[in-house]
Design a protein around this ligand. Sequence first.
Ligand SMILES: [Zn+2]
Ligand SMILES: [Zn+2]
Length: 249
Amino acid sequence: MGDVASWAVLVWAVGIGLASTAVSALYLHRGLAHQAVRFTPVGDQILWTLTWLFTGIRPSEWVDVHMRHHRFADQEGDPHSPVVHGLVKILAFNAFYYRRAVRAQQPGQTHVPHLRAREERDPLRSRGWLGVVVAMAGAAVIAGPIVGPVIIALQGVVYVVISGLVNGLCHWVGDVEFDAPGRNIHNPLIAFITAGESLHNTHHRSPGRANLRTRSTDVDTAYMLALLLRRIGFVSHVRRGRTLASVSS
Ligand SMILES: [Zn+2]
Ligand SMILES: [Zn+2]
């Protein structure tokens, strides 16, 4: 691909896709949705901008869809449950189910009116498609007019595939450690690529907990990132959450 080797394009795309997943796990999920991590004003602006550039997601929409997932976990009404819709469909068409859930949201009903108000005050950074266009333009300047946009497009694919793994596999295969609503699973094998989100049984058991690790071998990159950002002043608070009781205890 021009002067850039195809493997290098792939490495960049996968790297940015993993980083976008970590930003999403930390900011959209544990931060804006569950308040398990709180950010300083500067950290909040940086993460809001990275979310805009690399995920194309409008935060209030993501939080509303996600809250419906918790409320109806693996029952009718869950926007992306493999138990309700089928595992293959969620793995393959996760983005479609997300968009459908966004369209189904009643305009006046939101869990996060403060985020809606913020988006209205910040119309540029609340248009996801515009963020992707800006990211592609920036990548074109850095890596070339074809390679740059291709990297951003491929990283988007990586991001969507990993989201599908969390929404699909993490409600399907793995260990059940705690009683929690839905068929959510502790899946440490894909924890590294999902930024710890696949430690999913812990999350549904205690959504307000920033740290999803329950075993010494668990990897929770989003939690480690929260601790790192707290150290350098971008995170103000990391909620530990209560100790969980195993189903076998
Ligand atoms: Zn879930
Ligand atoms: Zn959640």
